[in-house]
Ligand binder design. Structure first.
Ligand code: NDP
Ligand code: OXD
Length: 308
């Protein structure tokens, strides 16, 4: 069994060390090294090399090093090549921590207090308890559901929206375009954990913001192209939104001259909400390869027709 890894070299060396210890039957190479003449079975990458079929004619699957797999140019991949996104507990826990931080910061009005501190202004505002703050998470997948479990444990009034119906203990669930308005109407803090697809591109726009209660807040940790920056600035200016915490933008990095950097209601982090953790990710990869060897379905295979 042979794997080629094509991403950050230092992390790749850690993957290699972990696999050497836990799966000595697997040969693991860091691109552009592909080892001997034996064919490569699996590629682990953020971006594959151009002409993947030429480099790896016998590839069994392409694994994304991240939870998202929207970065791939699917037209350039063999149509029958399984593409697998990363599902691993370290990545999930990182996102839970980020969403908890962001929701608590918005719940407690921290962007406003930071701005006040910069003005040396001592001014208290009323703050309701979590039980009366309605959180709405868009995306009820691996990350959205894990974040909701943590938010529920803090006592927030939790809701979620997905493409297909879900039932989650203690979470009011909505699904599909037809139920989006109902979900938005009861959401004070909106959290986006959606994959980027043709349907979710540009979804966070003026029309959507206008369906939230006035003075709502946004956490965007999905993908940059889901958010219309101009519409966000307009909603912040007219008070429809009070604040936003953005981990992803379009483009990335956000240009230094972009007005979002200066807006007192906006906090920006450079796409660090969550990162693949080497040990738990290598373990998840190994589990999937063992499943493939035993003819079992792998976890996280992208359904190309739905886009995630
Ligand atoms: P999953 O595939 O497990 O979950 C995706 C969820 O989105 C599902 O609940 C799905 O609905 C829902 N969804 C997809 N399309 C639509 C739609 N058109 N309308 C409504 N709901 C929709 O993904 P993960 O939870 O693992 O990851 C989510 C995303 O988080 C990633 O794709 C990536 O973009 C982002 N991410 C960001 C990181 C960061 O550092 N900022 C790190 C990791 C991930 P259904 O359940 O019905 O299928
Ligand atoms: C991911 C990411 O998809 O870091 O894992 O955004």
């Amino acid at each position: 069994m042979k794997i080629v890894y094509k991403s950050e070299v230092a992390r790749g060396q850690q993957w290699a060390a972990w696999l050497a210890q836990h799966a000595p039957d697997i040969r693991f190479h860091l691109w552009p090294d592909t080892g001997d003449d034996e064919p490569v079975d699996f590629l682990v990458a953020w971006q594959p090399p151009e002409n993947i079929a030429h480099h790896f004619p016998h590839l069994k699957a392409l694994f994304s090093v991240g939870a998202g797999a929207d970065q791939f140019d699917y037209a350039a991949l063999p149509a029958d090549l399984p593409v697998v996104r990363m599902i691993e507990p370290g990545l999930t826990q990182g996102m839970v921590e980020y969403i908890t931080f962001a929701v608590l910061a918005l719940h407690r009005g921290m962007p406003r207090y930071l701005h006040q501190q910069q003005q040396r202004e001592w001014l208290a505002h009323a703050c309701p308890l979590a039980s009366t703050r309605r959180i709405g998470v868009m995306g009820l997948g691996e990350l959205g559901q894990a974040a909701l479990r943590q938010l529920r444990s803090l006592g927030f009034d939790c809701g979620g929206w997905s493409r297909t119906p879900h039932e989650i203990d203690g979470v009011a669930c909505w699904h599909g375009q037809a139920q989006l308005a109902g979900f938005l109407a009861r959401t004070d803090i909106l959290v986006c954990l959606l994959p980027l697809t043709e349907t979710t591109r540009g979804l966070l726009n003026s029309d959507l913001f206008s369906q939230l209660p006035a003075g709502a807040a946004l956490v965007q940790a999905g993908r940059g192209p889901q958010l219309n920056h101009t519409d966000l600035l307009a909603a912040l200016e007219n008070g429809q939104l009070q604040a936003a915490i953005l981990d992803v933008t379009d483009p990335e990095p956000l240009p230094a001259t972009h007005p979002l950097w200066q807006h007192p209601g906006v906090w920006i982090t450079p796409h660090i909400a969550s990162q693949t953790q080497v040990e738990s990710a290598a373990s998840a990869l190994l589990e999937n390869i063992r499943r493939w060897q035993h003819g079992a379905p792998m976890h996280g295979v992208i359904e190309r027709n739905r886009g995630y």
